[in-house]
Design a protein. Structure first.
Lengths: 144, 156
């Protein structure tokens, strides 16, 4: 049984956390799995001064928020997908809704359509409350 | 092509355009060139930016960060007077994976500035702009908050 298949079989937060720990860029940004439940994978981006893009506000770098949203989409696609390869992003359109302050951020993805080759995904990120989004995105991914 | 106050401010050291940005420093971003309306930034290859450990290819988020930062820099280089900026939206299309071990250039052109909004196109590549790793379009709000880019704030 392959790594991703095993992950889906067991499906606990720590299994998904183990996957992120294999990915150097996820470790570098400080992205961890908070929860895996009925509503999917909930990711956390730990605040660190190194991820700041605007030091005056201060605010987290827009590119880091984009990367975080992409990770949330990929992990949810792994959870609901098949096969042993990671999905590949085709495009991502990000709306920046308010600046992300010096605090942890959270993200969760919803798969709008899971086709044979392409999946459509929506992702949302927030800090203090899921009612107050800092960013939202939709994108397309090639699924293995 | 008019002169821009920011180009005089950074004439001696173009890195001043991004040296105040902690995350740009964390991933080793470097300004390769800066002209009115246009910016070229480079991200050096690093193991810590890898998104797929089996192939060594950097994560798409690194390309997003490179292009977001290059786009913001292009807007700053397009403004006739200092104003704060904030990314409103950014769309990125991934054309091919970056080659493991190689640096990536992000080129952005701010092709229109209106009273409130700046419009930017960009591309990420290794060797040639017509062989893209990714392309991007983005819009920025002008005067969205009360923080000026540091190169402008320094003057006052």
């Amino acid at each position: 049984m392959g790594f991703l298949e095993q992950l889906r079989e067991r499906g606990t937060a720590s299994d998904y956390q183990a996957l992120l720990e294999h990915i150097p860029y996820a470790r570098f940004l400080g992205i961890t799995v908070d929860e895996v439940g009925e509503r999917g994978v909930l990711l956390r981006l730990r605040f660190d001064p190194r991820i700041v893009g605007n030091p005056t506000l201060p605010a987290i770098h827009g590119g880091v928020i984009g990367a975080f949203l992409e990770f949330a989409a990929i992990l949810e696609l792994v959870r609901q997908g098949e096969g042993e390869r990671l999905p590949k992003p085709i495009d991502l359109a990000i709306d920046y809704l308010r600046s992300a302050g010096p605090a942890d951020a959270f993200a969760r993805a919803t798969i709008t359509k899971h086709g044979r080759r392409v999946a459509n995904v929506r992702v949302e990120a927030w800090q203090d409350s899921p009612e107050r989004l800092v960013a939202a995105a939709h994108g397309h991914f090639l699924v293995p | 092509m008019g002169t821009r106050p920011v180009l005089d401010l950074v004439a001696a050291d173009r890195q001043l355009l991004i040296s105040h940005i902690p995350h740009a420093q964390a991933i080793g971003l470097r300004v390769v060139d800066a002209r009115p309306d246009e910016a070229w930034l480079e991200v050096p290859y690093s193991e810590s930016l890898v998104g797929n450990p089996e192939t060594g290819v950097v994560h798409g988020g690194v390309i997003t960060t490179l292009l977001d930062n290059a786009a913001g820099t292009a807007v700053i280089l397009a403004l006739e007077e200092p104003r704060s900026i904030a990314t409103l939206d950014l769309r990125i299309d991934y054309m091919k994976p970056a080659t493991p071990g190689r640096d990536i250039v992000g080129y952005c052109h701010c092709y229109k500035v209106t009273k409130n909004v700046a419009f930017v196109r960009g591309v990420a590549y290794h060797d040639a702009v017509d062989d893209p790793i990714a392309t991007m379009v983005a819009t920025f709000m002008l005067g969205a908050n009360w923080t000026l880019p540091a190169v402008f704030a320094r003057e006052t």
